[in-house]
Ligand binder design. Structure first.
Ligand SMILES: CC(C)(COP(=O)(O)OP(=O)(O)OC[C@H]1O[C@@H](n2cnc3c(N)ncnc32)[C@H](O)[C@@H]1OP(=O)(O)O)[C@@H](O)C(=O)NCCC(=O)NCCS
Length: 158
């Protein structure tokens, strides 16, 4: 199990969380998913979706992922700006890795903007490697880096 800092707990996301998730999403992403997209995703099969609550029971971080055959695709991970730098995203990513292992995944992948240095650095620090680039992936024309965590070669990925 991933270790969250004291005062923070993670649990599966449910429909009732989506207004809070969508508000946080709109605060931290330049191209946020609208609430209806989250409503289509939440509680669907072949998904892995977690929210982190603080001791006031507010949603302060989340991770949404979906299974694609034998890979877990991390679609979204975010932390409220007031709670950054405490290890919440790292712990959520660790939980996703554990879920992928439980599901016998070959690995996990995600897309990230090369300009999002903080996120790229975080993913590299926990063992993700850049395996490709999707040209013009984002709405403003920015490319996406494709990053992969290889579960079939744990010694090299750690
Ligand atoms: C990128 C993002 C998810 C990181 O979330 P976070 O919860 O702050 O991440 P963590 O705290 O796990 O790690 C971030 C940094 O804090 C450091 N850290 C981790 N635990 C820590 C702790 N207990 N105390 C102090 N610092 C810590 C990490 O080493 C890391 O350092 P770095 O900035 O030098 O890389 C967050 O900034 C965010 O939501 N950004 C906007 C949305 C976004 O870009 N999402 C990713 C899109 S692909």
């Amino acid at each position: 199990m991933a270790t969250f800092p004291p005062g923070f707990v993670a649990r599966p996301a449910v429909t009732a969380d989506i207004p809070a998730v969508a508000r946080l999403e709109a605060d931290v992403f330049v191209d946020p998913w609208p609430a209806h997209l989250y409503l289509q995703e939440v509680e669907q099969p072949l998904r892995y979706q977690r929210v982190v609550m603080n001791d006031s029971r507010a949603v302060v971080a989340y991770l949404f992922a979906c299974w694609q055959v034998d890979e877990l695709h991390v679609l979204k991970v975010a932390t409220h700006p007031l709670f950054e730098g405490r290890g919440l995203a790292t712990a959520l990513m660790e939980e996703a890795r554990a879920e992928a292992l439980r599901g016998n995944a070959r690995g996990l992948f995600l897309e990230v903007r090369p300009s999002n240095r903080r996120a790229v650095r975080l993913y590299q620090a926990i063992g993700y490697r850049v395996i490709g680039r999707r040209p013009g992936y984002y709405t403003n024309g920015e490319d996406a880096l494709v990053m992969f965590f290889d579960l079939s070669r744990p010694a090299e990925s750690a």
